[in-house]
Design a protein around this ligand. Structure first.
Ligand code: CUA
Length: 326
C-alpha cells in the first residue's frame, strides 16, 4: 500500500510544474524513462531481497558445488549487462528526437540575476551571450509558445550560470555567460506552466521564476504582434512623470516614451504579464506598489534599489501608471 501511495502522490495531482505531468514531447520522454526505470528498479529490488532471504534458509551445498558460480555468472554478470545495455540503447535512440530541428519561432532567453530577458523572433544568436538579444520583440519573465510547434530557445547569460527549467515541457538547459545554448521544445497541451531557475545563482535564486503560456499558433502570433507595439502613454500622466523624475528610465524601457534603459526588464507591456518580479507576486496594483516600495523585502539581492523613501501617494501614482501598461 505504501508503494501505491507514493506512486499516487507522484502522479495523481496535475500540476503546472511537474516533470511527471508532461505537457511537452521532451517532458513526456523524461516521464516515460522515469516510470520504466522505477518499475524495473522495484522489480529487481524485490528479486534481490527475495534471494537474500532465500539464502538464509538453505543448507550449504544443497544445490550442488557449481550453484554459487552459476548464480554469479547469470545473475551477477549476464543479467546486469543485458539490462543496462538495453536501457542505454533505448535512451540513446530517444536523443535524436530531442535534438530535432525547430519548425516554430526562435526565442532568445537571457538569464540575468534574478529575472529572464526574453526576445521573440530574433535574428541569429549574436547578442544573446552578451544578454542583449539583437532585434526581436522584447519582453520579460513570461514566455508564450505556440502549441504543436517546435520552438527554439537561444539561451545565454551576462553574469553567472543559471539554468532554464520548465518541468512540464522539457528538461533543463544551462544559461552560461559567453556562450549560447539551444533548447528545442514542443508543447503538446495549451495551458500556463511554471518555469524556474535550476542553478544556484545568488540571493534571489529561489525567486527567479517565470510563467510559460502555451496557446494556439494564431494566438501566439497575435500576442507577439501586441507585444511589438509601443505603449500609449500621455506625457502629462502623473505616474509617468514620477517614473521619469525618479530615474526609473535609467534601467527600464517603455517603448513609445523617452524611457530606454537596458539594464532591467522592458516594461512596455508590464501589466499584460501574470506576475511581477519574475514569478514572485501575482500582477496587481497593490503588489506593484509593494515591489516599488519594498523591493528587497520581496526579492533579496535584486539589483533594483527600493524606493521606500518616496511618499506613499507617489509610489501609488507610479504603480497606478504601470498598471495601465497592458
Ligand atoms: Cu538564476 Cu538561479
Amino acid at each position: 500500500p505504501w508503494l501505491v501511495a507514493v506512486c499516487a502522490g507522484l502522479s495523481g495531482c496535475t500540476s503546472p510544474q511537474s516533470a511527471l505531468d508532461p505537457a511537452g514531447v521532451e517532458a513526456q520522454s523524461v516521464a516515460t524513462l522515469f516510470w520504466v526505470m522505477l518499475v524495473g528498479a522495484v522489480l529487481i529490488w524485490v528479486a534481490v531481497i527475495g534471494l537474500s532471504v532465500f539464502a538464509t534458509k538453505i543448507r550449504p551445498g544443497a544445490y550442488g558445488e557449481k550453484a554459487g558460480l552459476r548464480l554469479i555468472i547469470w545473475g551477477g554478470c549476464v543479467f546486469p549487462v543485458v539490462v543496462l545495455t538495453a536501457l542505454l540503447v533505448w535512451g540513446l535512440q530517444m536523443m535524436p528526437v530531442l535534438r530535432a530541428e525547430a519548425n516554430g519561432p526562435t526565442i532568445a532567453v537571457s538569464a540575468e540575476r534574478f529575472w529572464w530577458r526574453v526576445a521573440y523572433d530574433v535574428e541569429g544568436e549574436s547578442g544573446v551571450a552578451r544578454s542583449l538579444p539583437e532585434g526581436g520583440v522584447p519582453s520579460a519573465n513570461e514566455i508564450w509558445l505556440p502549441v504543436g510547434q517546435r520552438s527554439e530557445f537561444l539561451i545565454g547569460s551576462p553574469d553567472v550560470i543559471h539554468s532554464l527549467w520548465i518541468p512540464s515541457i522539457a528538461g533543463k538547459m544551462d544559461a552560461i555567460p559567453g556562450r549560447v545554448n539551444r533548447l528545442v521544445v514542443e508543447p503538446t497541451k495549451p495551458g500556463v506552466y511554471n518555469g524556474v531557475c535550476a542553478e544556484f545563482c545568488g540571493d534571489a535564486h529561489a525567486q527567479m521564476a517565470l510563467r510559460v503560456v502555451v496557446v494556439s499558433p494564431e494566438e501566439y502570433d497575435a500576442y507577439v504582434a501586441r507585444q511589438s507595439e509601443p505603449a500609449s502613454v500621455g506625457a502629462e500622466d502623473e505616474g509617468f512623470r514620477r517614473f521619469m523624475e525618479n530615474g526609473c528610465d535609467a534601467c527600464h524601457t517603455v517603448r513609445g516614451t523617452a524611457a530606454n534603459g537596458r539594464v532591467g526588464p522592458d516594461l512596455t507591456h508590464l501589466a499584460s504579464r501574470r506576475t511581477i518580479a519574475a514569478g514572485t507576486l501575482p500582477m496587481s496594483p497593490e503588489n506593484l506598489a509593494t515591489f516599488v516600495g519594498f523591493t528587497h523585502r520581496v526579492k533579496p539581492g535584486v539589483q533594483m534599489p527600493g524606493y521606500g523613501m518616496l511618499a506613499e501617494d507617489e509610489i501609488a501614482a507610479i504603480a497606478g501608471w504601470l498598471e495601465t501598461l497592458q
